[in-house]
Write a protein that binds this ligand. Sequence first.
Ligand SMILES: N[C@@H](CCC[C@H](N)C(=O)O)C(=O)O
Length: 289
Amino acid sequence: MDFAKGHGTENDFVLLRDLDVAIDLQPSRVDALCDRRRGIGADGVLRVARSGALLERGVLSELPSGLDHDDWFMDYRNADGSIAEMCGNGVRVFAHYLRSSGLESRSDFVVGSRAGARPVTVHSADNTDADVTVHMGEVRDLGRSSAMVAGRKFDGVGIDVGNPHLACVDAELDSGALRTLDLSSQPEFDADVFPHGVNIEFVTVPRDGAVDMRVFERGVGETRSCGTGTVAAAAAALRFDGAENGVVKVRVLGGEVEVRIADGVGELRGPSKLVASGTVSDAWWASLR
Ligand SMILES: N[C@@H](CCC[C@H](N)C(=O)O)C(=O)O
């Protein structure tokens, strides 16, 4: 089984090219593949296939809105094997892989996700680096909620970007305090508001159009970046300033991305890097249960 490894601002993925949808991605296998000691190591897995093939093989029960059979589909799995609706950094890396592997030659095309179609613009791409904009769709308000970290309460706003987020812009959180926040375990959150779990962003107040962010991802733990999380953080930061629309630079542990929010719709621009490719041992893969 061939794989590629890539990351978007150090949110890293194993990509599996599976146009026939023949690979069984049961959770225990994804978990092992993403394990940084037992496997290759990654925050998630991106199966590369077309929407129609995933539908025919029963991986999708229906085509998400706006997708045609021929559209590419990013079949995303979190490191613990759970399925998530969307992954913003993943879409950039997925689009980069399509271009670098020769599967796609256009600069503008659609990448499907369980949250629906996510059109991309590939501004530049070579075999290692790319610069990609993802049209992230609707940014929906889920109301106010809060998270607890080490006995400290963080107020935030629930935001749906295809997947659920709680973005906590905190006036007392400067970049130093953000750095020392202990995100080694799951922050507490209100399961009545987020019955399917939530990705939680801790965000400094906007200054000169930029914020710093750390994130604890559902199904993964702390990651060095989360693309959908940066869109949620940008929306929350704009709202903190009393604005609905604008452009926000979001600095994460693994780099920096630019988010544009206009009329309730998000756009994410940032880098992608492809760092390796190789073969997963068939015997090892078959031995996983
Ligand atoms: N890292 C991703 C988000 C991946 C999914 C998330 N963990 C979830 O369960 O919703 C991103 O870049 O958006």
